[in-house]
Design a protein around this ligand. Structure first.
Ligand SMILES: Nc1ncnc2c1ncn2[C@@H]1O[C@H](COP(=O)(O)OP(=O)(O)O)[C@@H](O)[C@H]1O
Ligand SMILES: [Mg+2]
Ligand SMILES: [Zn+2]
Length: 565
């Protein structure tokens, strides 16, 4: 059979079959049963949510041989004519193509004559907001002296554009977007009736792409059938619609969670190698991150998430690995990345930057706070993490992620810059402990302080801050301010845009009170010869590390070099 017709073939024939618009259908059914049908209705809502369908059912209710009834039989001549679109009593006019006054005059002529006995004339005006002013006025005149047994239904996607005088004479029904579940249920039902074999994952992809419009969902189903035949697989539909595989999104979340710049950059590399559209990937990531945020705030079974049942545990699991704040930050970063991808050349660069920002986002915020506290700069609010306290189950986890992130970041600041702390299980700190005064650390070596000053002057530049976060050390020599990165961060150093370098130069000038050339240097991870025990001893003595451990209530379980497993 031709699949061009699925939407038409499965057009609901009764109010009961119309999905998701009960607030409309119930009111209409009651009006019919109690004989209080209005002269004019406005059906407002986006395309493909049931406006025309409901208008035709209403026409059948009024003109059914058994009617007026709220349950037309769909077998009498009248019902069948209306379904086939051949009824002389039901006029469908597309205002978008019949905008002229002539059509409205004709229409007035037509409705002037009373319909055949016991019948109604039903005028369905589609895209009614597109009528010209003249046509609207003519329509208004008709509505001011409504002829008996004539019902106008103005269907529109933009009720706000209808003239006020018309609106005030009509009863307004707002058709809503259909939910993900309503659409996927309907697709499944129709697939079954058509003897299709379709994965639940494929149904989910279609339903999501429909974005609330059932008609769109059904035409996507038609496309899928044309593409895949009677057996429709998840992967085929993703391919057809260019939807990013879930595993790719999982990898993104994994890279952020493990704070692995390398994984993030590899991911971008793979997307490009696979010929994926980067903007599309970014939008899909936004959708995913938003789902995680909703799962974190409202729970993974929320209606606000467009995902099938079997995907929800995965969302819940991923959401639990981050705090609400972190997820909000990721969401924001992705939104501005999407904006960059849209407006600027070199999409790869901007996507890479965006992903690196997320990779670093978790350690930046706590680090800034911790450092300013260690310096004795007391903030008015002791903690900005209180938001996560709203979801008790998340507190412990969020705190432990932060603590280890902060300690790891501190390790980079320490006199042994090449060392690192592996994420360790931290005990949540009792509140009283957090409140106790911090030990005053001895001032760290000069070079760290310098880098520190540059960093704090750049606090407002998220790009440069996250860039400098990767620096292992710095030195000032022969008129140069040298910032060192380990060789594994080569890509990062190559990615810094020229404007950012300019800004860095200006800030360095301000901090040192003299113009210095800014040089970015790579060096192999140093101290490879240093034995583990020595490294650990140096680490344990470091005042910042000690203060961090005290503040966050942690333990050093292992000291390792970057890149060490
Ligand atoms: N609420 C709904 N319930 C069931 N099917 C619907 C619904 N909305 C749309 N459809 C499907 O989409 C097709 C087009 O719907 P239609 O009523 O013409 O949308 P609209 O007039 O709002 O643009 C219908 O034939 C039907 O298959
Ligand atoms: Mg319509
Ligand atoms: Zn009938």
């Amino acid at each position: 059979m031709s699949y061009k017709v699925i939407a038409r073939k499965y057009r609901p024939q009764t109010f009961a079959e119309i999905v998701g618009q009960q607030h409309v259908t119930r009111t209409l059914a009651n009006a019919i049963e109690s004989g209080r049908v209005a002269h004019a209705y406005i059906f407002s809502g986006v395309r493909g949510v049931g406006k025309t369908t409901a208008a035709r059912v209403l026409a059948k209710c009024l003109n059914c041989a058994k009617g007026p009834t709220s349950e037309p039989d769909n077998t009498c001549d009248s019902c069948r004519e209306i379904s086939a679109g051949t009824s002389l009593d039901v006029l469908e006019i597309d205002a978008a193509s019949n905008r002229g006054i002539d059509q409205i005059r004709e229409l007035r002529e037509m409705v002037r004559y009373a319909p055949a006995a016991a019948r109604y004339k039903v005028v369905i005006l589609d895209e009614a907001h597109q009528l010209t002013d003249e046509a609207s006025n003519a329509l208004l005149k008709t509505l001011e002296e409504p002829p008996d047994r004539v019902v106008f239904i103005l269907a529109t996607t933009r009720a706000e554009d209808l003239v006020e005088t018309i609106k005030s004479r009509a009863q307004l029904f707002q058709f809503r977007l259909l939910t993900f579940r309503e659409i996927s249920d309907q697709i499944e039902k129709i697939a079954k009736a058509e003897n299709l074999e379709i994965d639940s994952g494929a149904v989910a992809v279609l339903a999501r792409a429909a974005e609330g419009s059932l008609r769109d969902g059904l035409s996507l189903l038609e496309q899928a059938i044309a593409y895949a035949g009677d057996t429709i697989r998840d992967a085929q539909v993703r391919e057809l619609l260019g939807v990013v595989a879930e595993s790719t999104l999982d990898e993104l979340v994994g890279a952020i969670e493990t704070q692995s710049a390398e994984r993030a950059l590899t991911l971008v590399h793979r997307l490009i190698a696979d010929g994926q559209n980067l903007r599309h990937f970014c939008r899909e990531s936004i959708r995913h991150m938003r789902n995680l945020l909703v799962a974190r705030v409202c729970g993974a079974d929320s209606e606000l998430i467009a995902a099938p049942e079997q995907e929800r545990p995965r969302l819940a699991d991923q959401a639990a690995r981050f705090s609400e704040e972190d997820l909000t930050r990721f969401f924001n970063i992705l939104l501005s990345t999407e904006d960059d991808l849209r407006r600027k050349p070199d999409q790869r660069l901007h996507l890479e930057l965006g992903l690196l920002k997320m990779v670093n986002a978790q350690r930046l915020a706590p680090l800034e706070e911790a450092i300013s506290e260690l310096r004795g700069e007391h903030r008015p609010t002791p903690s900005t993490h209180s938001a996560s306290a709203a979801s008790p189950s998340g507190v412990r986890q969020a705190q432990s992620v932060r603590s280890s992130a902060a300690a790891a970041a501190a390790a980079r600041m320490a006199p042994v810059p090449e060392s690192n702390v592996s994420p360790a299980p931290f005990q949540p700190t009792p509140a009283s402990h957090t409140a106790s005064p911090l030990p005053v650390p001895a001032s760290p070596p000069q070079r760290v302080a310098e880098l520190d000053r540059v960093k704090s002057a750049l606090r407002n530049s998220r790009l440069l801050s996250s860039f400098l976060e990767h620096a292992t050390r710095c030195e000032t020599e022969s008129g140069e301010f040298r910032i060192f990165f380990s060789t594994e961060n080569r890509t990062l150093t190559e990615m810094l845009p020229r404007e950012a370098m300019e800004r860095l130069r200006t800030v360095v000038h301000q901090v040192f009170g003299q113009p210095l050339r800014v040089c970015v240097r790579l060096e192999a991870a140093r101290g490879a010869a240093t034995r583990g025990s020595e490294l650990r001893a140096r680490f344990e003595e470091d005042p910042i590390v000690r203060a961090m451990l005290e503040k966050f209530g942690g333990q050093i379980t292992r000291v390792k070099r970057p890149g060490e497993e």
